[in-house]
Design a protein around this ligand. Structure first.
Ligand SMILES: C[S@@+](CC[C@H](N)C(=O)[O-])C[C@H]1O[C@@H](n2cnc3c(N)ncnc32)[C@H](O)[C@@H]1O
Length: 190
């Protein structure tokens, strides 16, 4: 079935994951939330791979765990109840991809949201363990105060990365209303 490609940042992020990932890859979901992205990544890397999945909310990780159980995927996904800014404490291997689906849970507490300063720390740490040709994906919801600030800090940091080491793109849906999420990707050059 034919379908549009440039629909929104999250769909595009998923298409990029499909291109970039192979079975056996090691990846990180930096914001587990309801577990949809964790399951999506786990399906792509398979049980020969590994997914590290972070969230600061216990309830989010419980929902994620349930979804993984239903799909028999629990054994190769590590759920971590901690901020992604501490990822270096848990992830000791080099990774192929890290996904940040930022902001707050759509039906959850709005005050439990990602924050620019800690997101930038996490991205810096992710770059330290990113494999060549690996990718950092950031889906940025900037329609709320914290998100506005987060977008500014992420743009500032990512646009300052050395172009000899990283390819960086920033995609925005310029004709859509209501602050559609933006996409930033950082690809480590070969
Ligand atoms: C937009 S939701 C993620 C949606 C999710 N990927 C899914 O598939 O449902 C953002 C999540 O980030 C979490 N979060 C906020 N600050 C965080 C931090 N410092 N480290 C890790 N997760 C954080 C929130 O608790 C929330 O669940």
């Amino acid at each position: 079935m034919k379908k549009n490609f440039f629909t929104n940042s999250m769909n595009l992020a998923k298409e990029i994951c499909k291109i970039k990932l192979s079975r056996g890859d090691i990846v990180v979901d930096a914001t587990a939330g309801n577990g949809n992205d964790t399951v999506f990544l786990a399906e792509l890397v398979g049980e020969d791979g590994k997914v590290y999945s972070f969230d600061v909310q216990k309830s989010a990780l419980e929902k994620t765990k349930e979804k993984l159980k239903e799909k028999n995927m629990k054994h190769f996904v590590q759920l971590i109840l901690d901020g992604h800014e501490n990822l270096d404490k848990y992830v000791k291997e080099d990774i192929q991809l890290i996904m940040f689906n930022l902001g707050y849970l759509p039906n959850g507490a709005r005050n439990i949201t990602t924050k620019g300063e800690t997101t930038v720390i996490a991205v810096k740490k992710a770059l330290q363990i990113l494999k060549e040709n690996g990718i950092v994906i950031l889906v940025i919801y900037h329609g709320h105060e914290e998100g506005k600030e987060e977008k500014i800090l992420l743009k500032e940091f990512t646009s300052s990365l050395n172009q000899k080491q990283y390819n960086v793109i920033n995609l925005s849906f310029t004709n859509q209303i209501n602050n559609p999420p933006e996409l930033i990707c950082i690809e480590k050059r070969l």
